[in-house]
Write a protein that binds this ligand. Structure first.
Ligand code: AMP
Length: 111
């Protein structure tokens, strides 16, 4: 199923892209909840962590390294990575994404 993130990958709608390579794309969240809020997504249409397969392992590992790269590139040594898997967990776009959040203190547990 196509999502709004496919449209960003295909440049059908605009986004502020901060990183791109063969397998991943990272762009600013349109509704940031922290001073730094970037989404890191695979170009491959994986739906969520909850549906990833063994074949996705290398891509997902790469995405986590990109999370570090984009945070560090913006000057953030400390950051939070979050991924909501399934609607009850808060997922609203059904294309895997890691939220990378930084620039303020975070509490635990999340809401
Ligand atoms: P989630 O609720 O975990 O699925 O996260 C989806 C995220 O996508 C939310 O933080 C939204 O603000 C973000 N989002 C939705 N549409 C866009 C868009 N067109 N460009 C950038 N971020 C978006």
């Amino acid at each position: 199923m196509s999502t709004i993130f496919d449209k960003i990958i295909n440049r059908e709608i605009p986004a502020t892209i901060v990183h791109e390579d063969e397998v991943s794309l990272a762009f600013n969240d349109i509704n940031p909840v922290a001073p730094f809020h970037v989404l890191v997504i695979p170009k491959r249409p994986i739906v969520a962590v909850g549906t990833m397969t063994e074949e996705d392992e290398a891509v997902v590992g790469h995405l986590l390294r990109v999370c570090r790269l984009v945070a560090n590139a913006a000057g953030h040594e400390h950051f939070r990575v979050a991924s909501n898997s399934g609607a009850p967990a808060g997922q609203s776009v059904f294309h895997l994404h890691f939220h990378v959040l930084a620039g303020r203190d975070f509490s635990w547990p999340p809401g």
